[in-house]
Design a protein around this ligand. Structure first.
Ligand code: GS8
Length: 219
């Protein structure tokens, strides 16, 4: 029986993009369902009753939740093509550490450049740049965080790149000026079809960020 794969998603979500990229890397066909996060579908509430968040991958009727867990699941289930996690247990633990760092540090720092003003925004930009520099050190001279090939950390981090225009527009700064190596890595990833086809247009993200700022009460 062929696999039935459904993705409950929201196009500007960096977490959803991770799953889209992982599935594209594996060459998987799936049904994409765009959610309205302000009016969630009964299917989303049924498939993720705890967090009520996207993304959710529904594989043969069974839900898998949390983007980093979904990407690892996709890698384990469709293991014959484009391995994303390293085969060595220590290397795998390291990759998981960096994805955890992205979720705990990088994500919040990026969001803070959008959700703050004045002094707090200056602080947020400084922290964001410091975190990117830490990631640049981790990348070293390798083309990808995964080494010679695009891997789990790359899949988890690249979706944030399409948010940079929004961070930079509202934060009034340039990541490229301070972290050119990071931007070179991002452009390298964008050359991959699995990435470029899975990411929304930056302008769309800027529009969504403007809406979020209104909701944060900034504008
Ligand atoms: C985060 C998902 C998430 O924040 C993951 O999958 O990695 N740790 C989770 N999803 C958001 C959209 S992206 O900002 C979401 O579904 N929000 C709806 C809500 O909070 O009601």
């Amino acid at each position: 029986m062929a696999d039935e794969v459904i993705l409950l998603d929201f196009s500007p979500s960096m977490f959803g993009m991770r799953v889209r990229i992982a599935l594209a890397e594996k060459g998987m066909k799936y049904e994409y369902k765009e959610e309205d996060l302000w009016n969630k579908s009964p299917l989303l509430l049924q498939m993720n009753p705890i967090h009520k968040k996207i993304p959710v991958l529904v594989h043969n009727g069974k839900p898998v939740r949390e983007s980093s867990i979904i990407v690892q699941y996709v890698d384990e289930v469709w293991k014959d093509k484009a391995p994303l996690l390293p085969s060595d247990p220590y290397e795998r633990a390291q990759a998981r550490f960096w994805v955890d760092f992205i979720d705990k540090k990088f994500h919040d720092a990026g969001r803070n450049t959008l959700s703050t003003t004045g002094e707090a925004r200056e602080e947020a930009k400084k922290e964001f740049i410091e975190i990117i520099k830490t990631l640049e050190e981790q990348l070293g001279d390798k083309p990808y965080f995964g080494g010679e090939t695009f891997g789990y950390v790359d899949v988890s981090l690249i979706p944030f790149y399409c948010w940079f225009e929004a961070y930079e527009t509202y934060g009034k700064f340039s990541v490229e000026a301070e972290c050119p190596k990071f931007i070179a890595w991002a452009k390298r990833c964008m050359q991959k079809e699995s990435v470029s086809k899975s990411l929304p247009d930056e302008k769309k993200v800027v529009g969504y960020a403007a809406e979020l700022r209104k909701r944060f009460g900034i504008e």
